[in-house]
Design a binder for this molecule. Structure first.
Ligand code: FAD
Length: 404
């Protein structure tokens, strides 16, 4: 390195663990790091330890396919993800760190009349909430993505689509490193290889966190543990309605740029996006069984390849470079759980399933506000854990599907 040159990923080494912190964040993924950033920069709280059992942002943040969008179905979700998307628009400037946000638009294909009807509903809900979402016909699909196989008269004939001009992608680890770097500058301690193994609870407060590096105390605790949220909740005596399913993705060898939108088909359970390196990122739905594992599988590779070739048959000779899996924390209504827990000083940022990368900034910002003020902001209220007791679910299953 040249003298004075600061490496891109410039995160301080793991310090010794102190006995107490004002705030402890369980999970050094995008969400935990973003919360640490907003607490330290906007609320004057920097006596914070982020505890990460592996390496920085090595969980689902590292494994996701980076779809960023706000075209959900229910009003609370659209409003929440709309704020999340807008924070990506200014993130590189905010962090002084290039997160490579590329707002290229997302197109979801309809292969049936039923899909067209559901897209109309989503487009109208979106317009009502002030986002850019519109139903387009088959001809417009061809204009937006000339390479897509329209399959005229075939089993997967493209009838039209849902066009979401606001949609985009960003570089996942740059997002996490940007938040980590700026939080660390304010004194936030990031402890890698530090696993929370148990809790000490007195009355309705969590008083201790046991880790593989010793026991610590905290004023407030935020749980943001990605795929492990259900398990950590159990350790804290909180039953969360979360089930774990693996979610896989893969990339091809790099190709010359030819696709400048995000393309998705929920019928085919496949979506495609060309990365800034030229690789075609191929993603789809979760594995059909519950499992806590990050091993990828041949059946899922075949399923994703089948969908990709249906959409773009000319990819048939392209080589697959990598395939991987993450462990998702899925809720019954495909919406996250944010806000209070049954314990007074223990806050939840969980249930991010297959859809939480796009919420990294807004969840971090709003959870920081919650912890700093002790009050859950209106934007997060519909996502409270109690919604499952009140049967006030926010059903986003159809609007999450394979597009994430
Ligand atoms: P994570 O990034 O998983 O961070 C949680 C951290 O907690 C982990 O690093 C983990 O090691 C740590 N941890 C766990 N247990 C402990 C413990 N006991 N002690 C200390 N630390 C612990 N979302 C989108 O919006 N768009 C997409 O296109 C998209 N595609 C996806 C594709 C795939 C293949 C996968 C797997 C997910 C995808 N997602 C997508 C979902 C998204 O990745 C997640 O919802 C999001 O990254 C969650 O961020 P997080 O910080 O909450 O969790």
């Amino acid at each position: 390195l040249r003298r004075g040159h600061r490496p891109y990923r410039d995160i301080p080494a793991t310090p010794d663990l102190r006995k107490r912190y004002d705030v402890v964040i369980i999970g050094g993924g995008g969400h935990g790091l973003a919360a640490a950033y907003y607490l330290s920069h906007y609320h004057g709280i920097s006596d914070i330890a982020v505890l990460e059992k592996g390496y920085l942002a090595g969980g689902n943040t590292a494994r996701n396919t980076t779809t960023i969008r706000s075209n959900y179905l229910t009003l609370p979700s659209i409003e929440f993800y709309r704020e999340g998307l807008s924070l990506f628009e200014t993130m590189s400037q905010e962090l002084g760190f290039n997160v490579m946000f590329s707002q290229r638009g997302q197109l979801t294909l309809a292969h049936s009349d039923a899909a067209m009807r559901s897209f109309r509903l989503r487009a109208e809900m979106g317009k009502h909430a002030g986002i850019r979402a519109e139903v387009v016909d088959a001809r417009t699909v061809q204009t937006l993505c000339p390479h897509v196989n329209m399959d005229f008269g075939g089993q997967h004939e493209v009838l039209g689509g849902l066009w979401h001009a606001d949609g985009g992608t960003a570089r996942h680890d740059a997002v996490a490193w940007g938040y980590a770097k700026r939080a660390a500058e304010k004194g936030v301690e990031i402890h890698q290889r530090t696993e929370v193994t148990g809790f000490g609870i007195t009355g309705s407060r969590m008083t201790k966190l046991h880790t593989n590096r010793g026991t610590i105390a905290a004023g407030q605790i935020l749980q943001a543990a990605g795929g492990m949220n259900g398990r950590i909740g159990e350790m804290a005596g909180i039953r969360l309605p979360i089930r774990n399913f693996p979610l896989q993705a893969m990339v091809t060898q790099p190709l010359k740029p030819f696709m400048d939108i995000l393309l998705s088909s929920s019928n085919l359970h496949t979506y495609l996006v060309q990365s800034s390196r030229g690789e075609i990122v191929i993603g789809g739905g979760t594995d059909p069984y519950q499992l806590i594992s990050t091993r990828s599988s041949l059946p899922q590779k075949e399923a994703l390849a089948t969908g990709a070739l249906q959409l773009m048959p000319f990819l048939h000779n392209v080589k697959i470079l990598r395939q991987w899996a993450g462990i998702t924390d899925i809720t019954p209504d495909f919406s996250p759980i944010m806000g209070a827990s049954p314990l007074q000083n223990y806050w939840l940022d969980a249930g991010w399933g297959t859809w939480g990368f796009k919420a990294t900034a807004v969840a971090g910002k709003r959870m920081a506000e919650t912890i700093a003020t002790g009050r859950v902001p209106d934007l997060l209220m519909p996502f409270a854990l109690e919604r499952f007791e009140r049967f006030e679910l926010l059903n986003e299953m159809g609007a999450t599907a394979a597009g994430h």
